[in-house]
Design a protein around this ligand. Sequence first.
Ligand code: B16
Ligand code: MG
Length: 218
Amino acid sequence: MKAVLFDLDGVITDTAVYHYKAWKALAAKIGIEIDEAFNEQLKGISRMDSLESILAKGSKLDAYSEEDKLALATEKNDLYKTMIQQMTPEDILPGINDLISGLKAKGMRLGLASASQNGPMILEKLGLKDTFDEIVDPAQLKAGKPDPEIFLTGAQDLGFKPEECVGIEDAAAGVDAINAAGMVSIGVGNEQTLQKATTVVPDTASLSAALVERVWRE
Ligand code: B16
Ligand code: MG
């Protein structure tokens, strides 16, 4: 094992809850109701793909022009950005700082494979700006998760083969992306939702450098 590729939202920090709240408010405004079960499908999915999925749920996919959709996505993002303004290093999820330092002590290289265009800003707020050796820019990708492109790009940027890397994800689409990239996958969250992962742990506090290495070796 040479490198670990991290998802951001739901793994390093709990922004997943803010994405959900912002989409729920935006959806309600246009007469569409979404719940937590539906939200699982949005995790790891790009902003525009998430909007299309919500519009399809409300049978309103054809009701908006591309310009309207862009305005709706911007409105959600503005609301989301307001919600995350107050984030500090205290918002790093339990176990993540120890995991990062443990992996670094083992000489592992670290990459960020987040679909979020707000990733760099969030890392700055968390005080993790200089922690990652490579940060994949999701705006440069042709396909989002579950396509493996983001993880393959991360491995390539770090200079390693996919089989030398482990990916950590909280979303089913993200686990599918890691697996399709030919990497070992660790899911954080519900065992049922993330059943395709090589290993699932219930929460970030259960992660450790030793566990990641063990899962890779198995
Ligand atoms: P933004 P991840 C993903 O981040 C989120 O899970 C997903 O809910 C969000 O729509 C996507 O980023 C895009 O985020 O609107 O900030 O560009 O889980 O891949 O770190
Ligand atoms: Mg995530």
